[in-house]
Design a protein around this ligand. Structure first.
Ligand code: F6R
Length: 255
């Protein structure tokens, strides 16, 4: 695991974009795994400025989102298909046909989840996966207790996750109760993973993920077993780490 503590959102986005870009450039038809939520927005901003992907032919880029709410209105601005369209497809000028999001509106979401898993396999797997992390350590919407070998499936969201995401909705009662998410095993299949976290609210989860035991209680802790993971943090998210002082990067991104 490589850990970087940066001095602000812009350098977090640029550092992450450099690492991801390095992984994408190695492939002829690269596949990017995208996350929604607030944490990765600076990465998409950095990509839109060309950082990390200067010499990449984006018309060849395939992208897969991590997750989608089940039963959210098609035109809701927080439906992840709409977030991805706004924040990634449009900003980077990707061909919408090359961008996939799990189908949370399907009349058979279990079958839709299985299809999504196969779509990722058929694309040759994910080359570079972006992750945020929940305050409870979730990655994608794999809540505590999610099996390490889980694949894309329908899950229930915990009260903690619904409360954290209530800021994106008028009221907590409008936050969906279920989602389709790539599984922990699906995420671990990505060749390169970059997780970003900002703010004090993430500090405890970050500590368990990096310094704690690998367990299903803190789903992101499984990343310790992945051969190519970079975690990019700000001071507040990283301050509980045992070796926090050693992870600071003042250069903004690794050489
Ligand atoms: C979103 C996702 C979630 C978020 C996490 C952090 O696609 O998979 O795991 O990354 O809930 O969300 P933010 O960044 O909004 O704090």
């Amino acid at each position: 695991m490589r850990i970087l503590i940066c001095d602000g959102p812009r350098s977090i986005g640029e550092s992450a974009a450099h690492v991801l870009g390095g992984a994408l450039r190695r492939r002829r038809r690269p596949t990017l795994g995208i996350a929604t939520g607030s944490s990765p927005l600076e990465i998409y901003g950095a990509f839109a400025r060309g950082i990390g992907i200067e010499d990449l032919d984006l018309s060849r880029l395939r992208a897969f989102a991590l997750d989608e709410y089940v039963g959210i209105a098609d035109d809701h601005p927080e439906r992840y298909a709409n977030v991805v369209d706004r924040e990634v497809t449009t900003k980077l000028g990707l061909d919408p046909a090359n961008v996939s999001v799990p189908d949370g509106a399907s009349s058979d979401p279990d079958a839709a989840a299985e299809r999504y898993e196969r779509q990722i396999e058929d694309a040759g797997g994910i080359d570079a996966q972006i992750l945020g992390v929940g305050t409870n350590g979730h990655i994608g919407f794999n809540e505590p207790g999610s099996p390490h070998d889980s694949r894309t499936r329908v899950v229930s969201l915990t009260a903690e996750t619904r409360a954290a995401n209530a800021r994106f909705f008028d009221d907590i009662s409008h936050v969906p109760t279920h989602a389709v998410t790539q599984g922990v095993g699906t995420i671990m299949g990505a060749r390169t993973i970059v997780m970003v976290a900002q703010g004090e609210a993430k500090a405890e989860a970050v500590r368990h993920i990096i310094d704690g035991e690998v367990s299903t209680r803190w789903p992101g802790s499984i990343l310790q077993r992945h051969p190519d993971v970079t975690i990019v943090l700000d001071e507040a998210a990283g301050h509980l780490l045992e070796f926090a002082g050693q992870y600071r990067t003042d250069a903004g991104y690794p050489a």
